[in-house]
Ligand binder design. Structure first.
Ligand code: ADP
Ligand code: MG
Length: 428
């Protein structure tokens, strides 16, 4: 992918936008871009530099993302809406072509890493509530004030950040080594040429050798003494507007990542803001249990889509005939009575029972959590609560006594919440 039209290869210390930004290290990557930590010499702050592939279709997608991000930043001058802020954008010319670059505020690890770090056991419900509130504030802002549908909401696209002032807590700001993966393996599933990766890593190692030495020594101690994040305001922000759209300007019929996809997308029955609410409910479930809510699979005799619809109905009850046969794709899955064509016997396992039986929730926790989630998972998109209505839900303000929750103790303290790299010096 590091060829004409593809990614731009970056070396530690590379300057961008006339020398304003200096590349520090790679943060992540996706299908269309690589994301680097960079130092902003004008503001003396760290930023995330998203460098798009150069081919025409990627450039077009980047311009669309920049337009959306600009609208988001414009309406949120105080940066309090739980959505990532665009700082700057520009074009960078490299050997592989012209790459649009987005400069974003620097955030921390994704919720996917949080879930993995917690070994898929689920977080304390109190932490789940805090994270849910942030996501809902972000969605309410996007939907109601900006008219934007995110359309790819998933744990990977929600990043943690910390509100602790590093100047007041220099100890915590030494927590960089947390970026090392606990279980190995690639997190983003992106494709990166191995050789270039290795080369870049060697260069990066040389450039920051002295810093890593100190990081390692600080990190171990810091981790040992920071056993709990109790009382710390864990917060997060919605990122990745590469697929965002407006209700009357939709580009794609098939949106969202499979597991977070709403039924109306599978049926092709038209969609609006409420597709994000469906994904939000899937994320909340995953945070609380450590498992994805729906993991459909194709098998002999039926498709992944039909399995997905079956899983939804096993958890949430049968879809009404009107909804089942109402989409452009309905005929592929449902007969005229509104029954699935190839999957006949559904095993109903309602959400509150699932939470008790499989995830060992107390009866009260399960009932309350299911009461919060189920309306968001209404098969009728227009009946789902809006983010604004959801923010009023009493579940968000409940407190579970943490004594009952020692089992699924959150490891959130072991994550990079965004300020970890503050000590890296500008590499010139
Ligand atoms: P894509 O559209 O290619 O998926 P994203 O915007 O999701 O691109 O960014 C890819 C990855 O880069 C994210 O999953 C995350 O790991 C990292 N990343 C993106 N934005 C930031 C940011 N503002 N701060 C820190 N890391 C970021
Ligand atoms: Mg992404």
């Amino acid at each position: 992918s590091y060829r004409k039209g593809g990614y731009h290869a970056v070396r530690v210390g590379d300057p961008f936008n006339g020398g304003r930004y200096i590349a520090q290290r790679k943060l992540g990557w996706g299908q269309f871009s690589t994301v680097w930590l960079a130092y902003d010499t004008r503001t003396s702050k760290y930023v995330a530099l998203k460098i798009q592939k150069s081919a025409q279709q990627f450039a077009q997608a980047a311009l669309h993302e920049i337009e959306i991000l600009s609208a988001i930043a414009e309406g949120d001058p105080s940066n309090s809406k739980c959505v990532v802020q665009l700082v700057d954008h520009f074009k960078h010319i490299g050997p592989n072509g012209q790459h649009w670059c987005m400069v974003l505020e620097f955030l921390g690890d994704s919720l996917l890493r949080l879930i993995r770090f917690n070994r898929y056991k689920g977080l304390q419900l109190n932490k789940v509530r805090e994270i849910c509130k942030c996501i809902l504030i972000g969605l309410d802002y996007l939907h109601r004030e900006r008219g934007i549908i995110h359309s790819d909401l998933k744990p990977e696209n929600i990043l943690l950040f910390s509100t602790i002032d590093p100047a007041k807590d220099p100890f915590r700001s030494g927590l960089t080594p947390i970026l090392e993966r606990p279980e190995g393996g690639s997190l983003n599933g992106g494709s990166t040429t191995n050789m270039i990766e290795k080369k870049l890593k060697r260069r990066a190692k040389r450039a920051v050798a002295n810093i890593s030495g100190r990081r390692a020594s600080l990190g171990g101690e810091a981790l040992k003494s920071q056993r709990s994040l109790d009382g710390v305001d864990v917060r997060c922000k919605v990122v990745d507007f590469g697929n965002a759209c407006r209700p009357h300007k939709q580009f794609a019929e098939e949106i969202q990542t499979r597991q977070y996809r709403a039924p109306e997308i599978i049926l092709q029955a038209g969609y609006s803001f409420s597709v994000d609410m469906w994904s939000f409910a899937c994320i909340a479930f995953e945070l609380a249990t450590g498992d994805m809510m729906f993991t459909p699979k194709a098998a002999q005799g039926y498709s992944e889509d039909e399995d997905h619809l079956a899983l939804m109905m096993e958890l949430l009850g049968k879809m009404s005939r009107k909804i089942a046969i109402g989409g452009a794709q309905s005929k592929d899955y449902f007969d005229r009575h509104g029954d699935l064509k190839r999957i006949r016997r559904l095993k109903h396992w309602p959400l509150d029972r699932l939470l008790v039986d499989k995830y060992k929730f107390s009866e009260a926790d399960a009932r309350e959590f299911a009461e919060f989630l189920c309306p968001l998972l209404d098969f009728a998109p227009e009946k789902r609560p809006t983010a604004q209505q959801c923010l009023q839900h009493p579940w968000l303000n409940l407190r579970t006594s943490t004594k009952n929750e020692t089992e699924n103790h959150s490891n959130v303290e072991n994550l990079n919440v965004g300020m970890s790299s503050l000590r890296i010096k500008v590499g010139k």
